[in-house]
Design a protein around this ligand. Structure first.
Ligand code: SF4
Ligand code: SF4
Length: 498
């Protein structure tokens, strides 16, 4: 298949060899699981259980709220020990409402959802409902509720479901292992999603440093006319939705638009496997594959982890971390988030836990910009990072927005390549957050203003109606009085003539 060049991009040290040959192993069931109500983009789920309740594996503990949300299920059987605030697995370290589930050690399933034995005979709505009920979200880290994304077929003419098996972040190999070990489930889940989307073709794009995954997928899709496995070059950030779409189809997604606007929907390979399990087996999302890696981890591994497992327990299972651990990250080193504590939970979007040494962090004290232009050359979005950072430093967010800071995909290529070690992407993340908050504030003010104006207009209408009614009553009274006076006058005149 002909591929298309993508703009910019870098080749960081990949270090995938630490775990790429480590087959997935299951983590022994932790005694307690900590399940945040918000493991997805959108509104947090709302609890359906109380402290003290006994629950079975797979039971809904919290249901999704509103159009963009996802339920949370019990990864094992046991007793609800508490519903309390805990540190979120996010650099903010803010508390988040979390269900604590004490395992009873039985791992006893509750009632499964009925299997959909022929998903290709099911309606798109049935598949979407099942994916929503199973609590599946984008497992590449985006955590957008997958059922909502499967609804894009209703508003767009879709031609391709593009399955993202690029896994371009250094260190991470969880998707590679999923493709190698569960290729059949990945291909089946992808075909089910394409059916729900109404997309006639499935393309699974895999970076060409994963030959075993490519071979496994080729073998699993042999004879299926609508599935094509496409090796793509190793180039960070190849796994970004827009870039992968550009590389594979040559279609450029306009700024602030979706890939669906150019006929393509992108899902992650692990999401496809979760869809297979939800549809064919009736299983909700209870666990995920996590790569635990980095120079400070005693024994790096790929692990199937029940959701809600504490990061500290996961690291213990890998023999712990050395004193040389400089940074603990959730996700990959380029786009992942530093963890505020090891007492946070593995959630649906946790693709990796990395413990990196000083040498691996690429962190040095920043020095002044030397105007080398490298950040501009390597930005995959065609932006001018040096200029955007300068505007943001001087608090000119409007100017940063004008030159496209909101189109930045936070890939971190500019920070990585900067010889002055300026943490450029931090500026952009800060600016995007601030601009979004200001936008929300502006919308709120506009809504309040519109409500006040509507209220005042209603009061004015009511006052006007009252004035009109009073004027009418007054006119009627005057008319009645005039009639009475006329009648009295005519009676007087009649009496005089008689
Ligand atoms: S972080 Fe943003 S500005 Fe920097 S290279 Fe990536 S897309 Fe460009
Ligand atoms: S890469 Fe760094 S030093 Fe070079 S222009 Fe960009 S900000 Fe300046």
């Amino acid at each position: 298949m002909k591929l298309f060049p993508i703009l910019g991009g870098i080749h960081p040290e990949y270090r995938k060899e630490l775990t790429s040959e480590k087959a997935i192993v299951a983590l022994p069931l932790p005694k307690t699981l900590y399940l945040p109500l918000q493991q997805h983009m959108g509104a947090p789920a709302s609890t359906t259980v109380d402290v003290g309740d006994l629950v079975k594996k797979g039971q809904v503990l919290a249901k999704g709220q509103g159009a963009i949300s996802a339920p949370v299920h019990a990864p094992t059987s046991g007793r609800i020990a508490a519903i309390t605030e805990m540190t979120a697995p996010h650099p903010s370290g803010l508390p988040q409402l979390t269900i604590m589930l004490d395992s009873d050690g039985q791992d006893e399933w509750g009632e499964l959802m009925p299997a959909i034995t022929d998903p290709f005979a099911a309606s798109s709505q049935q598949i979407k409902d099942r994916v929503a009920a199973a609590g599946i979200v984008g497992m590449g880290g985006a955590t957008f509720p997958s059922a909502v994304k499967l609804g894009l077929g209703a508003q767009h003419k879709l031609e391709i479901l593009l399955l993202n098996g690029a896994e371009c972040e250094p260190y991470l190999t969880c998707d590679d292992r999923v493709m190698r070990e569960f290729a059949g489930e990945v291909v089946d889940g992808a075909r089910i999603m394409a059916h729900a989307l109404g997309a006639p073709k499935v393309i699974i794009a895999v970076e060409d440093n994963k030959p075993q995954a490519i071979a496994a997928l080729n073998s699993a899709s042999a004879g299926l006319g609508n599935v094509e496995i496409v090796p793509v070059p190793v180039q960070y950030p190849m796994g970004a939705e827009r870039h992968l779409t550009q590389a594979v189809t040559g279609r450029e997604t306009p700024a602030r638009k979706l890939t669906a606007d150019v006929g393509v929907v992108v899902h992650n390979v692990a999401t496809a496997r979760a869809v297979h399990q939800a549809v064919r087996l009736g299983r909700p999302l209870l666990s995920r594959i996590v790569t635990v890696s980095g120079g400070a981890v005693t024994e790096p591994k790929n692990i199937e982890v029940p959701l809600g497992t504490k990061v500290s327990e996961l690291l213990e299972f890998c023999g712990g971390i050395g004193k040389n651990a400089k940074r603990i990250i959730s996700g990959g080193p380029m786009m992942g988030q530093p963890l505020p504590s090891l007492d946070v939970a593995v959630v649906k979007g946790t693709s990796g836990i990395l413990a990196l040494t000083q040498a691996e962090t690429n962190e040095s004290a920043p020095s002044p910009c030397i105007r080398c232009g490298s950040c501009v050359t390597y930005c995959p979005c065609g932006l001018v990072p040096v200029e955007m950072a300068s505007f943001i430093r001087n608090d000119h967010l409007d100017k940063a927005a004008k030159i496209g800071v909101q189109d930045c995909v936070s890939c971190g290529s500019c920070s990585y390549i900067c010889p002055s070690h300026i943490p450029l992407v931090h500026y952009f993340n800060y600016a995007k957050g601030k601009i979004a908050a200001l936008d929300r504030e502006r919308r709120k003010t506009e809504q309040t203003k519109a409500l006040v104006e509507a209220h005042n207009a209603r009061l004015e209408r009511q006052a006007q109606a009252k004035r009109e009614a009073a004027a009418k009553a007054k006119a009627a009274k005057e008319a009645a009085e005039a009639a009475l006076a006329a009648e009295a006058q005519s009676n007087t005149a009649g009496g005089a003539s008689a």
